[in-house]
Design a protein around this ligand. Sequence first.
Ligand SMILES: Nc1nc2c(ncn2[C@@H]2O[C@H](COP(=O)(O)OP(=O)(O)OP(=O)(O)O)[C@@H](O)[C@H]2O)c(=O)[nH]1
Ligand SMILES: [Mg+2]
Length: 171
Amino acid sequence: MCLCLGPTGSGKTLLLRKIQHINAVDETTTAVPTVGTNLFNLRRGNIQIEIRELGGIMAPIWPKYFASANRIMYVVDASNLCQISAAGVLLYTVLAHPQVKNGKVLLVLTKMDASYRQMRNEALLMLQIQRLQKEVKQEIIVIEASAITGKGRNEIMQWLFAEDTKRSILN
Ligand SMILES: Nc1nc2c(ncn2[C@@H]2O[C@H](COP(=O)(O)OP(=O)(O)OP(=O)(O)O)[C@@H](O)[C@H]2O)c(=O)[nH]1
Ligand SMILES: [Mg+2]
């Protein structure tokens, strides 16, 4: 199970909908805040994986779900200057949690279609990723994405399916 986390309104639901069905989202699509959780099933060949989005508003109780996950996809809104540093602090509290120590971590910088977005390097600087990477054991993979254009969709799919594909070949 992969958990999808990130601050309120960072773009988790829309991105997961786009990943699930490439035609599900365009510039006219609207989203409502997730109060609770959303489950997304992805299938590639005979491999199926489950992603559970936890709404940003639920951040205080995210840790209740950590035991059920072996992977974390953390979504940050690269166009929200006010939220981005706080998103880094929140990511640190997640990665420092004992039940997340051995998980795989993907950091998604989304809304890269927005003209007022931060560029990758600036966003990573504001998130203090280099410092964070020194503090935590997990390797943080970074992918730029957009639910509107579909940017990053294939790379995210590849990351999501990589381990499960390996496992099914071994079995
Ligand atoms: N421009 C742009 N806007 C986006 C993108 N993804 C999401 N949005 C907008 O951002 C807002 C929040 O999107 P959601 O997907 O609901 O965010 P969320 O992370 O699921 O939020 P919570 O469920 O409340 O934690 C909506 O108004 C979306 O239309 C994107 O890739 N580009
Ligand atoms: Mg949501």
